[in-house]
Design a protein around this ligand. Sequence first.
Ligand SMILES: CC(C)(COP(=O)(O)OP(=O)(O)OC[C@H]1O[C@@H](n2cnc3c(N)ncnc32)[C@H](O)[C@@H]1OP(=O)(O)O)[C@@H](O)C(=O)NCCC(=O)NCCS
Length: 205
Amino acid sequence: MSPKPNLLLRYMTVADLPQVTEIDRLSFEIPWSEKSYRYEINESSQSFMVVLEWNRQQTATRWQRWLKIHPYAEHRIVGYGGMWHIAGEAHISTIAVHPKGRGRGWGEILLAGMVQRGIVLEAEEVALEVRVSNQRAQRLYQKYAFRTVDVKQRYYRNNGEDAYDMRMDIQNSAICTEFEAHYKALFTRHQLIDYFSPYTPPHQK
Ligand SMILES: CC(C)(COP(=O)(O)OP(=O)(O)OC[C@H]1O[C@@H](n2cnc3c(N)ncnc32)[C@H](O)[C@@H]1OP(=O)(O)O)[C@@H](O)C(=O)NCCC(=O)NCCS
């Protein structure tokens, strides 16, 4: 029997919302409402919502064996993202990793999964906005050949901060070749399965 994957990219469901909204609340100054998530998951024909699930296989300790308590597998949402496909553009609407899980390459998996979805959809480019102060996220996007094309003045309504408009040209064959190498490397580095990027969201079938 092949080992279970450690990490699974899959479409977000309503059952994920308690965990997703908690990560959202811990990650953003303006979290989305639960109603917005429900709309994106169940109704929008342009929306692709993804979660990254971590399977932590627990092996029985000596005490658990003695007490005849069975080991368990813990399935936990460690991050999520969202993308809209509108007029040839794959627009990343959100991406976050639980604060306790950051720095392990999980944000990169979510970003790469959405870029791959954009490629499967034959979008012309992948676009997103990012706070000018959010250098951590900008570094991630730069790693994937996103470039800043514009500054959107006072884009964020909570503090009037500007946003960088960043874009990745997925029609460019050199960029796509480099992306494919990055994406492949993620599968080698992590025990990862992608049930997201090749498939249509259940509500759009
Ligand atoms: C942005 C975010 C999703 C990145 O997720 P993550 O899992 O921590 O990032 P990863 O471990 O996958 O790192 C991937 C790359 O991001 C960059 N990065 C990650 N952490 C960084 C840090 N502390 N400082 C600088 N760059 C960093 C690096 O380029 C890194 O690649 P490298 O490891 O090869 O150097 C995460 O920090 C987050 O949820 N932030 C809060 C929400 C947010 O700001 N979302 C973006 C909105 S536009």
